[in-house]
Design a protein around this ligand. Sequence first.
Ligand SMILES: Cc1ncc(COP(=O)(O)O)c(C=O)c1O
Length: 328
Amino acid sequence: MTVSTSIQVIAEADVLARLKALRAKQPVNFWAFYSSQLGGIVTDPALMLIPFDDHMVHRGHGIFDTAGLVNGKIYDLEAHLDRFIASAARSKLKLPCPREEMRDIVIRTTAAGGKRDGSIRYWLSSGPGSLELTPAAGAEPGFFVMIFGGLSYPDRWYTEGLKVMTTTYPIKAPLYAITKATNYLPNVLMQMEAKESGFDNGVFIDADGNVGESSNMNVAFVTKEGVFVHPTFDRILAGCTSLRLLELAPALRDRGLITGVEVRDIPVAEARASREMVLLGSSIKVAPIVRWDAQAIGDGRPGPVAAALLRLLDEDMRSSDRLIDVPC
Ligand SMILES: Cc1ncc(COP(=O)(O)O)c(C=O)c1O
């Protein structure tokens, strides 16, 4: 075996230049990053780092959540913080500080990003200190907040609709599905499989043959009878977008667009026969699905309920009581 001579021990003074060179090769839309380990905010992506021995990195013992920044305001942060705190408890993760302080850190980091539209993702880890399976003795929880450009989706998803496939990967067990932990391997594999197969995304089906969710989005339907129907939240992530739309959707019944709103198990056969199928989530908002596996949904074109739900959500994001002003 030959030993490579090109691997050097790097001097501390060279590390920063190398980290910057790494970023220069792959520019990113990351505007501000708070780290409780640094005790403050950085705006240079080369400095947005987490130690390798952090339990979130090497064991996946961490949770996260993502809220939207819309027109200079943070949308529905309290719902996202509720879910974050519930995920922390299920993951046996200590909070770094009281909720009010976490909210304040999120708002201040968003302000430091200096942008009016984007995404806010924050993580909680059990901290660094060893490479053991359980957290290191004396490890302090790590809290990280990233303000970034958000995920982008093609316009055609909204104008023409998406194609999804039933994934061959098993859905997460309920405890892991309802917890927004950093273990997204099934979600990643599902999306990769779909793209490799010529689809836009995948759909998990549960062991009883009911519809679950998509990779980082929920799915919902308008049945043949016109009911807006969403899977129950005991085996999938309780999407903040879904929960809000379930509150807003009755307005569409008053306008004659739907006949009712239901949250229940949805057998695959019923779902396939639906008039409309939609993806829901903080980043995608509402997008119509027009094809599922080999079959068209409804008439194979985006439907009126998908468009109306997107309008309801857009209005809510701009003028509801769920907005937090970001100080300049
Ligand atoms: C697995 C999964 N399901 C559903 C959602 C949709 O949740 P939300 O509407 O809060 O973005 C997400 C995104 O967070 C997700 O990761």
